[in-house]
Design a protein around this ligand. Sequence first.
Ligand SMILES: [Ca+2]
Ligand SMILES: [Ca+2]
Ligand SMILES: [Ca+2]
Length: 763
Amino acid sequence: MRKLYFCSFLLQILILTVIASCKKGDDPGNARVATMNELQVSSSFNWESTRDITLTVGIDMLPAHIGTLSRIAVFDGDPSKGGNILATGAAGYNSPFEIPLRITSTLNTLYLQAEDGSTAMLSDSVAVSDKVNYMFKQSVLKNENTATADPDCSGATPTHTISGNQTVNISNGTLYYVTGSFTGTINFSGTGGSINVCGTLHPVAINGMNNTCFITVTQGGTFIYDNNLVIGSGSRLTAYSNSHIHLGGLNMNGTARIINRCHDWVIDSQFSPSGSVENYGSMKLNNGLNINSDLGLFVTTDSLSINGNLNINSSVTNNGPIEINGHLYLNSGNFYNNCRLVVHEDLNLNSGSLVMNGAYLKEFGKIQINSSTALLMKNNSMISTSTYQQNADIQGTGGRSEIKITGSGQIAAANKVSGSIEMTTPTGTLVSGGSANFINGATLTKISTTQNIIPVSLCNPEGNGGVPPVTDTDGDGVANTLDKYPTDPTRAFDNYYPSQTGFGTLAFEDLWPGQGDYDLNDLVVDYRTKTVTNALNNIVDIKSDYYVRAAGSAFKNGFGFQIDGLLPGQIASVSGCSVKGSYISLASNGVENGQTKAVIIVFDDYNNVIHRQGTGSYFNTVPGTLSGSADTVKISIHLSTPLPILTVGVPPYNPFLIQNGVRGVEIHLTDRPPTSLANTSLFGTSADNSNIVAGRYYKTDKNLPWALNVPVRFDYTIEKTAIIEGYTYFPDWSQTAGLQYPDWYTSKTGYRQFQKLYEPLKK
Ligand SMILES: [Ca+2]
Ligand SMILES: [Ca+2]
Ligand SMILES: [Ca+2]
């Protein structure tokens, strides 16, 4: 929406010249461009002082968040320093808070908070962009699954598309595409050769992938190789989401690397990688995994399933579920388990260390912790095992961790359980060892009298000690302390636009299609909208306050708005409208009749909602006359079915003025479509330069508007005084399509010509 399309190079020169001359003058705004019609404005400029972005905030595996949703809050500044809340919603594991967000153009940083309803709160800040993606997580690696744009099979040169069962020799630096099916032989030579697979690659042989060669399986692509694929130093095999890889075997040598973002990657033979393995998708290994000592990086995030044993000889990070049908042997290196590990045969910690952080370990056989290893349990981690043998010291830190032994447990000699760990057995005793082995707060008790609550989660499906101490009375998944409607399962959060205490202003010219005087005070309406959302972040209610601050006009104008994302039938009820005359027809649910989209009429004549203090038709625009007040028109919309914010849109939606009781004459913000009841024969007449086919609406041939939306309570100019006379940097802002002085409407020093702005006069 903020893209800049300058009509021509000449125009850019003109703007630069204007800006340059501004530096010299002592009255930078008005000396250059005195009237609205002198403004040189890009045809694509939409006159918005706001920016529309999408925000996605995920939350990953905080133990205390488990079982209920977390509340995500978004602020325009550091909340500890008075930042305003912009949005709230719920997020859970694999269900991020995802919304469109309208922010002021000047905002560069968003502040994010995640709370779980107990005591935990996470916060961070993130730079504004068109698509903001953020993941709250405690794992060692942050946001590792942020893929760049997915590759495909188009665009690059030189390219060759291969198919059939031919033999293809791929030499230095050449890129090949598989778009259909390829079943022949591939011979790599030299370095830099690569294949993008968009169709199916099922070759009889792949040779020479020794040095910096690449196979990339793009979205929807399939790579099947019945033999052992050998990839050498610098070479890389990458799978993107929704692709498929099935290999007879995979040998990785030197600095070879694999990156998996798909959910269907299978390796049949035993996998013993060197180099680097990054599994952000799902991987199934049918004959065991040996993590060699020269493996630089092994990280798994989504899921890893191992048929056979897992032998670890290097550092490993697990941020997702791992399930091992065989044994697990930790022989050296650090095994960071941040989520779930399920082992069906015995688990031996022989050397190196196992570090669990908010994690779960299920052992169906025996866990043996040998003397030269270390076990650290952090932040409500849990080990659930049948048999337990401890021959080394172990330690707990942070939220109390749990070792639950359903069979028998032994702690050899003087080995200690230290710190925030509770160990439970069926009898509260051990076959060998006892209370003397538990120090620094560690305890031993019966399973039935456990004092430690660890909630169930996707990482820890077993949990310990029952229900977490978070109450959610209405059961909507949002804890009472975070739920704005704790006894109403259909509602959870209030969101305000532009803020809970602030107002935005809509300012109109009312002579359309005739050109006005650009005082933009013919109707001035302040608004604030509260959207009520449920635990799924869908909109339940839209409640808006409207306040007529000025009406510098002889017309009896009306005002309403269309919700472009809603059909009339998607609204159950509308209340609060001020419709007194006969030219508006409302349906039984309160929306306007005869409309394709949902249209709400706020008032059909502003005179019914204002209280004048003086005479004359002009209301609150003429200096020296007493100021009147207005009733706040409170519109309350209830949706038939809750709908995503992305579907409904964001305030102020598509507002419009209805001219002087003539229903067909609507005046909207620039490039906002008219409603079904607008008289389209007026487009392109008089000063209007709309082009319905091009989606160009309510602009003059010089791209000037008839209405503005300002995200603050706007101080409009006095009667017959163009807005350009009141605001020093209005020309800079409009002529640079919003790039310069996006805060033109504020009261910073030098920004305003105060004698041109309306000052309320009270009795
Ligand atoms: Ca609740
Ligand atoms: Ca609720
Ligand atoms: Ca006026």
